[in-house]
Design a protein around this ligand. Sequence first.
Ligand code: GLC
Length: 451
Amino acid sequence: MKYLSLIIGFVFTLCISHQAKGQEKESINDNRLEWFENAKLGIFIHWGYYGVNGISESWSMYHKKISYEDYMKQGKGFTAKNYDPVKWARLFKKIGARYAVMTTKHHDGVSLWDTRFSTLNVTEKTPAKKNLVAPYVDALREEGLKVGLYYSLCDWSHPDYDVVFPRPDTRKDYPQRGQENLTKWERFVRFYKGQLKELSDQYQPDLYWFDGDWEKSSEEWRAESLKDSLLSWNPKTIVNSRLKTHGDYSTPEQGVPVVRPEGPWEFCMTMNDNWGYFPTDTNYKPSSQIIRTFVEVIASGGNLLLDIGMKPDGTIPKEQEERLETLGTWINKHNKVVFDTEAGLPYGHFYGPTLLSKDKTKLYLCIFDTPKNYISLKGIQNKIKSIKVVGKNQDLSFVRNGGASWNNIPGIVRIETLEKENLDAYVTVLEVTLEGELKLYRGHGNAVELN
Ligand code: GLC
């Protein structure tokens, strides 16, 4: 009996401590994503050897367009001689970005910081001769921007990571003394965990942007325990979706989502067709397209992570800087529309993206083209107090047409079209002030039973 009560007591304590552990985990995770969900704009920076020849980042080697040896020779031209992260950070802040994500190590395995886990890093192998991650982190923090570090899990240089293209013996770049008894994969796991611990300890990143997880399974990456380790090293950090199923938010790439993704998300996009500096790629998206995409993304509750292919000397290509500035001018003119809002109306109420103020009493209608005849808004139950053009102070007249409010069928709000001079060069925004919090009609119609 005595033993039985001892066992019951033991099991009970186990359950309690397990529950407490769960709660602890939850409270560690509390509010981690709050800043991210309000960030709206982030800047992606792809900076690496590949910009020297102007070829595709890491993939040129994978697709055997260049040999491993010639790819690595590009290091000699990676100078970072005009690297001015303070200037970068000021520009990002000025245009309205709230965070940046820089490639600390792409699939090619070259580290942008002076890692002790491999000599394949810019301090040892390039004329840049210095850690490039530390000044970036300091400059962002100085401007109050959140720090994101991109890290490729797959590593096409590491001797213990098998690749599909010919590669010389790279062991001399990886001091792995005392690990001969481990399996190849075990050594590799130690390597990337070691590098991530280094990044964590030295920079306490607000965000880890993993990549390349598709090459192995969740078990092989030890994804769950890796996530636990990242959080134990830095309880506030967040992780993108490329850690198999253990990410905190989803990461669609290059094609704007057509259906609103669920949960927090971020859309990453290049300005031309390449992530890295690629001077022969002149297929640039016009600023108008970048601004529209930004509006579409935030209207669906996401962030845009807009990429810069940084030059090997550390400067931003002119075409990209111009686009950043133009986007910034639009954002600054529409500051409250961008930052005091959340995702707008579901499909069907308005032909175009919309945003809703956080207190839900203002609706923002985004207009891409010159409207004809009138602008219509459907399914709004509230009375409307006013409709203004953002940045112009023009009050627009409107009438409610059709519907049967006593039967909860709101009809159509017909808004007068704008004067030409009140149209924004890119996206015009109308501010609709509602009486009370937004109430939507989402029905598909029925008989008006009482007239
Ligand atoms: C893809 C590519 C990689 C690029 C990344 C950016 O994963 O493999 O080269 O850095 O997209 O999102």
